[in-house]
Design a protein around this ligand. Structure first.
Ligand code: ZN
Length: 481
């Protein structure tokens, strides 16, 4: 088939990535430069990410709401770092209904400003706090070149924005939000991540502290998979959005704020981490189709059994799909299931019918098993669970192989030229050293890793990898997407 001209991942991951996304029908280029179309196979993954993450956010007391797509330019100007960070990527509306607007409107790059304008109206007393609101929406940050999922002008995400009476409470939310992201990345998407905090140069525009989960791609480059920001009182202070309230002691104070976001960018990580030379591989928990049922031929008895199997698996809550149409050969259908990354294919033909069995093809390791038809539902469920665990274990092994530590800058430079990956090294926390390291090795500080879920970090004694001055923390460096 002409269709299967897939560059092997092992040969050229970047080429493979662009091709596999189109061949697996996850996404396509759109007529609008910088934007992509997310096709049903890709959107199905996003829906399952939503279904994994949304209950975790609701478990933190966060409720969903919706705010306008347009933001008055004056709002963005109120927090100086925020506008400076986002100005170069803004799309700005100057006309509406055929008339020039009195005030230009930005298409939201993120919703802090429009939401906090409302929060300032809703909050007067400590009794009005906390405010715990999330939006599932789209945002626009201008890009000239599309790189599917990883870099597009418009992308989908959720953005949670909370406001609290004390910093202790808001910081708890920063960490709880980050833990929800770790949970979805590791338990649902089978992508191991490192949790930590960003350096000042790498933090979100307007944040006091940015925390992150960082994933490692098979080519040795890191990908920031989700961030949770301690905004302090930067947006709530008088000269910004004035979210002032009377505290329990009757004194005026400003709300402590948090924002955190998780986007369709993580689908890019999923494709890179799990895919292989034959296509994408999706972990069962978020696979739009978990099981393909493939009859070998159009035979009444075989089709009858396949349909019976489909109904029974669906009844058991398994997302199963019958892959049959008279137009396509058995080989073509097996290929479809493979390239689209369906975790498990169940093949049924005359041989299987006679033996009262089914041939199960496991996508991630290309193994094959014969399973007894009588107990198929429980076996399929157990296999899906096992595949989920094994895919995470394989990704974790790869992440560990791509993590090293060094105290020599020569070695640092050499690693960044060869296998790359995460590199732990002491850094003095001076921005000049950080910039020089980045210029010389393309490696940025990804994070200072946490050692627990309260955001504690390890204190050590060492010397900066670049300048030799005293350093107390080993940072995680990597080249990044
Ligand atoms: Zn230094």
């Amino acid at each position: 088939m002409a269709k299967r001209q897939l560059t092997p991942k092992s040969e050229d991951m970047s080429k493979w990535y662009t091709q596999v996304i189109q061949q697996a029908k996850l996404a396509d280029y759109s007529p609008v430069k910088g934007c992509m179309v997310i096709r049903p196979n890709g959107y199905g993954i996003w829906e399952n990410i939503h279904d994994a993450l949304d209950p975790l956010l609701k478990g933190l007391g966060v409720q969903n709401a919706y705010f306008p797509l347009f933001i008055p330019m004056s709002f963005l100007n109120r927090e100086a770092d925020h506008v400076k960070g986002f100005a170069p990527e803004l799309a700005i509306v100057t006309h509406g209904g055929g008339e020039e607007l009195e005030e230009k409107l930005a298409v939201r790059p993120t919703s802090e400003t429009i939401m906090y304008e409302m929060y300032s109206k809703w909050v007067q007393s400590y009794r009005d706090l906390p405010i715990l609101i999330n939006q599932w929406n789209n945002v626009v940050r201008w890009e000239k070149r599309t790189y599917f999922f990883l870099r597009t002008t418009e992308f989908l995400w959720q953005e949670a924005h909370t406001a609290h009476a004390t910093h202790a409470e808001s910081f708890r939310m920063v960490m709880d939000g980050l833990e929800a992201y770790r949970n979805v990345a590791e338990e649902s998407m089978a992508i191991p991540v490192i949790m930590g905090r960003k350096s000042n140069a790498e933090k979100f525009a307007g944040a006091a502290v940015t925390t992150t989960i960082e994933a490692m791609m098979p080519d040795g480059k890191a990908l920031q998979a989700g961030t949770s920001h301690d905004l302090g009182q930067n947006f709530s202070k008088k000269e910004a959005f004035n979210i002032a309230f009377q505290n329990k002691e009757g004194k005026m104070d400003y709300a402590w704020q948090v924002s955190y976001g998780f986007s369709t960018r993580t689908i890019g990580a999923l494709i890179m981490v799990h895919g292989d030379d034959d296509g994408i591989v999706i972990p069962p928990k978020i696979a739009p189709t978990q099981v393909s049922i493939i009859p070998t031929e159009q035979d009444e008895a075989i089709m009858h059994r396949c349909n019976e199997l489909l109904v029974n698996l669906k009844k058991g809550g398994i997302r199963a799909k019958l892959l049959f149409d008279a137009e396509h050969s058995l080989g073509w259908r097996m290929n479809e299931s493979e390239i689209e990354g369906v975790p498990l294919a169940l093949v049924l033909g005359k041989k299987e019918l006679e033996a009262n069995s089914v041939t199960a093809k496991i996508r991630y390791n290309h193994s094959q098993e014969t399973i007894d038809y009588a107990t198929i539902e429980s076996q399929v469920q157990a296999m899906l669970n096992h595949i989920q665990q094994q895919m995470f274990a394989a990704a974790l092994k790869k992440q560990k192989e791509l993590t090293s530590s060094t105290e020599s800058y020569d070695e640092f430079k050499n690693i960044m030229k060869t296998k790359r990956g995460f590199l732990k090294a002491f850094w003095c926390e001076d921005e000049t050293c950080e910039k020089t390291i980045k210029d010389e090795t393309k490696a940025s500080t990804r994070c200072l890793p946490f050692i627990d879920k309260n955001g504690q970090v390890a204190e050590e004694k060492g010397t900066c990898i670049k300048c030799g001055k005293a350093a107390t923390h080993r940072w995680l460096f990597a080249q990044a997407y």
